[in-house]
Write a protein that binds this ligand. Sequence first.
Ligand SMILES: Nc1ncnc2c1ncn2[C@@H]1O[C@H](COP(=O)(O)OP(=O)(O)OP(=O)(O)O)[C@@H](O)[C@H]1O
Ligand SMILES: [Mg+2]
Length: 219
Amino acid sequence: MNDELINCININKAYKQADEQLSVISNLSFSIKEGECIGLIGASGCGKSTLLHILAGLDLPDSGEVNFNGKNISLLDRDDRAEFRNQHIGFVYQFHHLLPDFSALENVAFPLLLSGKSKDSSLIEAQNVLDKVGLKSKENNKPSQLSGGERQRIAIGRSIITKPSSILMDEPTGNLDNKNVDNFMNLVLDLSQDLNISLIIATHDKNVSSRLDRLLNLE
Ligand SMILES: Nc1ncnc2c1ncn2[C@@H]1O[C@H](COP(=O)(O)OP(=O)(O)OP(=O)(O)O)[C@@H](O)[C@H]1O
Ligand SMILES: [Mg+2]
């Protein structure tokens, strides 16, 4: 893990509130190496989710560069950012955001179907991924037929199926008990190492942050 994956230079982001500008991120610079596991910490409202959205190209900084593998994604238009995201970035949220009417298998396959892959090969790859996250036996279950911990494992499966270089996670363990937090961290750290995926995890949970390579405090 010597190569630089993400390099942010002087990012600024403010939101308009009534007549005032609320500065959330000011002159933030940092870089993340391939395979590195980073925690984003700091009090509620300090800008963790805002930064994750900017890194994912879901939102744009007001100024500054967000470079992935040397490419400034802030210069891409909306469609190109969406394609970039589909190819290079996985996302896991606090609430799993799985599609309720689809099975675990179909949920995991979804990003491949979106990218234009055939249904048959997408479902075969999704089976391999379900195996990796330890839930092959639940492939036909709908999200409502899974436990909270299992839903987050499905969400992880969905995030890795496109073989991203990084997974961005926003409070991914916010709804899990301690035992499930440990299981979750074991799984994502193993996957990160096996697949050389960098993790960027916004968290308030010490059981999460204590296991990461490095913490970025946004306050
Ligand atoms: N779309 C928006 N419009 C205006 N203000 C916003 C918007 N999104 C976020 N903010 C403000 O920006 C600040 C940072 O919000 P953000 O969601 O990034 O915080 P956070 O660190 O993720 O907090 P938490 O730990 O509670 O999730 C907050 O003060 C929030 O109210
Ligand atoms: Mg947040």
